[in-house]
Design a protein around this ligand. Structure first.
Ligand code: PLP
Length: 389
């Protein structure tokens, strides 16, 4: 047996594993410290009542012989959920047919799995800083990766460079970690570039529900020509607090590779994936009901309030930052190397954030705070941060 040697090229420890290690070591030495976590992008608010009710109802159905369900008839997802997701897109004027929607257990799985669609000798273009999964999943398959720079100069929203040749492009908007978001015009530049290159865009829209700016599209399919060159990954995790429930979906338009991509993706999923549970799918359906959307938007409004609070505290102490407007992430310039800043915040303020260098070369000197904690904890953390800075 030979191991996949491409794994030798993946960094030893995933970013959040290293953070957890340092936090555990600090907590062991300081058992009474009251840490406030603004590091990992995990939600804290409970599920919307409409979602809980749907989950309980689905669970009760599973407990009765007449309504019990086993494997779902199609690993692509139940019709009721794909129709509901299609209607969700229609709310912001994007036409996606239910057959183009593939339900999964989350966007991270889809991200890791979609690389199966591509030949190993494709070249991948990724903006840096980056959600690390795009990089690691391609390193694991041995693909060549080139980076484009997302920096303070381009407001962390880089545009394509015609001289750069690639086959697969990753875009994440609103962005994790920088909180930047592409306008429709900027996305159109990427779509045109991808079509000229014969490349595919893997578009990660996990944070679309946080968008407030009318110039920023909720989906890449709001842009003309995107149906010919893009796949969209989305998730209920941040929109509806499903980080512990698990449900996401991929949109593969009919036009992509003349329909071949959708066929291959469905084939891959039906071979390697047995579908998301009936209960999760009923909960996801409820998350995109009128009532569910209203309740989820109340949760998102609470996170937005935290983001605004973080932003104004940083303004007060004169720290350059971006994000927070269309995103739950605030990306701040820390003026030192980012792991040193991480340790300083942990040791002196008992606040856990995420060092920017964990997201790539351009993340060095930056730091990510999330707005996902409670209002009270956010206020307390900012008081502590203000004191030490
Ligand atoms: N995509 C991005 C950009 C994310 O930040 C995350 C989670 O933090 C995911 C995908 C993963 O989403 P899920 O919980 O659906 O796996």
């Amino acid at each position: 047996m030979k191991l996949n040697r491409n794994y030798d090229n993946v960094k030893d420890s995933y970013l959040f594993v290293e953070i957890a290690r340092r936090v555990a070591a600090y907590s062991a030495d300081h058992p009474d410290a009251k840490l406030i976590r603004m590091g990992i992008g995990d939600v804290t608010r409970p599920l919307a009542p409409a979602v809980v009710e749907a989950g309980l109802k689905a669970m009760a159905e599973m407990g009765r012989a007449e309504t019990f369900r086993g494997y779902s008839p199609d690993s692509q997802g139940y019709d009721f959920l794909r129709e509901r997701i299609s209607a969700y897109y229609a709310r912001f004027g994007v036409k996606i047919a239910p057959r183009e929607i593939h339900v999964s257990d989350g966007a991270k799985s889809d991200c890791g799995n979609i690389v199966d669609m591509f030949a190993d000798d494709n070249t991948v273009l990724i903006p840096d800083p980056v959600y690390p999964v795009y990089v690691d999943s391609n390193i694991m398959s041995g693909r060549k990766i080139i980076y484009c720079d997302a920096t303070e100069e381009n407001d962390f929203a880089p545009l394509p460079d015609e001289k750069v040749k690639c086959d697969i492009i990753y875009l994440c908007s609103p962005n994790n970690p920088t909180g930047s978001a592409f306008t429709k015009e900027q996305l159109a530049a990427w779509v045109d570039y991808a079509r000229r290159q014969g490349a595919v865009i893997i578009y990660d829209a996990a944070y679309e529900a946080f968008i407030t700016d009318p110039d920023v599209p909720r989906s890449i399919f709001a842009v003309d020509g995107a149906r010919e060159c893009a796949v969209e990954l989305c998730s209920f995790s941040k929109t509806a607090g499903f980080t512990g429930v698990r449900c996401g979906y991929t949109v593969v338009p009919d036009e992509l590779c003349g329909g071949k991509f959708a066929k291959m993706w469905a084939r891959r999923q039906s071979t390697k994936f047995n579908g998301t549970s009936y209960i999760q799918q009923r909960m996801a359906e409820a998350a995109y009901s009128e009532e569910g959307i209203k309740q989820n938007m109340e949760n998102i409004a609470a996170y937005r309030k935290n983001a605004a609070l973080i932003s104004s505290a940083l303004d007060e102490i004169g720290i350059y930052h971006t994000g927070g407007k269309n995103s739950p992430y605030i990306w701040l310039k820390c003026g030192t190397d980012s792991w040193t800043f991480f340790d300083r915040l942990l040791n002196d303020a008992n606040v856990v954030g995420t060092p920017g260098s964990g997201f790539g070369r351009n993340g060095e000197g930056f730091f990510r705070l999330t707005a996902f904690n409670t209002y009270e904890n956010t206020v307390a953390a900012l008081e502590r941060i203000k004191k030490i800075l």
